[in-house]
Design a protein around this ligand. Structure first.
Ligand code: SF4
Length: 327
């Protein structure tokens, strides 16, 4: 609720603050238990900072991060420290984008996958090996590989190791930050299928961060679209793809590759670059690039409002525009 993450821009020896990068700006959304919520947008829109704030890998500047286990005692992760934060971390884990840099090359699979179990004092010795063997098997790797090092594995296999590590503590929420974008196209589908199987089997909840709308369409139940640190649209996946309400979503969808080459010409090419989050345009931050902008868009900041069947959109013209989705 109202999640905000600003990075100060400093100059000189005394690190005088001369500005702020507003990476995440008053972001509010929820993730239901058992669902996959997509968080999409171009690079620099604040989606990775949002995911990292949720896990307190970085500290938010402001806002609340409510984690509700359904026991009537919701916890604000943003205010948690020390032991209570460590306890929360058992319930929330992350799968990283790059399976090459996220695994320590000097550690065996036993070390890598077993690390969270040791850190939380869950198991050691024989029980640790048995748990690691189970986890490796569960993600499609042979348990006898546990004494090998990451360099012996392909990109897709390394990402499976990262997934096994994320699952070691039986988390409730997994933040997957572009988990397939560094993989060969041929293994992306396998990895996505594995994530779906694990979700059904273990009752996992995913926050799935991605810039790839074809992948998001395949795996997500609902989608949050971000632009320059703000949420601009929230919708069920089918609604977002068939009837987008925000011009930025329409442009993103038009760039999804289509099997029919004749349809490629329908791509909307936005003018200019993504706005600089340290110098956000007045009014609607998207107005310098928006083909539908009117005078009001340059001066008045639009609010996120609900339209129709629960679709949320931040656009002055959301009620009158009829935007193009994908078939
Ligand atoms: Fe475009 Fe105006 Fe809507 Fe912003 S508020 S997306 S500029 S039409």
């Amino acid at each position: 609720k109202g999640l905000t993450k600003h990075y100060p821009i400093t100059r000189g020896l005394l690190r005088r603050e001369v500005g702020r990068v507003r990476a995440v700006d008053d972001v509010t959304f929820h993730v239901d238990e058992g669902e996959t919520l997509g968080l999409v947008g171009e690079s620099g829109c604040g989606k990775t900072s949002t995911g990292r704030c949720l896990l307190r890998a970085i500290d938010p500047t402001d806002g609340q991060i409510i984690f509700d286990r359904g026991d009537g005692k919701p916890v604000d992760i943003a205010q948690s420290e020390g032991g209570s934060l460590k306890a929360l971390r058992r319930d929330m884990q992350m799968i990283f984008q790059d399976p090459f840099s996220s695994l320590n090359p000097r550690w065996t699979l036993l070390d890598l996958v077993g690390e969270p179990l040791v850190a939380f004092g869950v198991s050691k010795g024989k029980a640790l090996e048995e748990r690691v063997a189970y986890l490796l098997e569960r993600v499609g790797l042979r348990p006898e590989y546990m004494r090998r090092y990451p360099h012996a594995f392909s990109g897709g296999e390394r990402q499976r190791i990262g997934i096994a590590r994320a699952l070691a503590l039986n988390p409730r929420l997994v933040v997957a930050d572009e988990p397939v974008s560094a993989l060969d196209v041929s293994v992306r589908a396998q990895t996505l299928n594995l994530l779906e199987e694990l979700q059904q089997e273990l009752g996992l909840t995913y926050l799935f961060i991605s810039h790839d709308l074809s992948v998001v369409q395949h795996i997500c139940d609902r989608v949050v679209v971000m632009y320059v640190g703000k949420v601009v649209e929230v919708a069920k996946t089918a609604d977002l793809y068939f009837t987008p309400r925000h011009p930025y979503t329409e442009a993103l969808l038009s760039a999804v590759p289509k099997p029919d080459p004749e349809q490629q010409s329908s791509r909307i090419v936005l003018q200019g670059e993504v706005a600089d989050p340290s110098n956000i345009p007045s009014g609607c931050a998207f107005h310098p690039r928006c083909p539908y902008a009117i005078e009001k868009c340059r001066t008045v900041v639009p609010v996120l409002e609900t339209i129709g069947d629960g679709q949320q959109v931040r656009c002055h013209r959301a009620h009158e525009l009829s935007l193009r989705g994908v078939e």
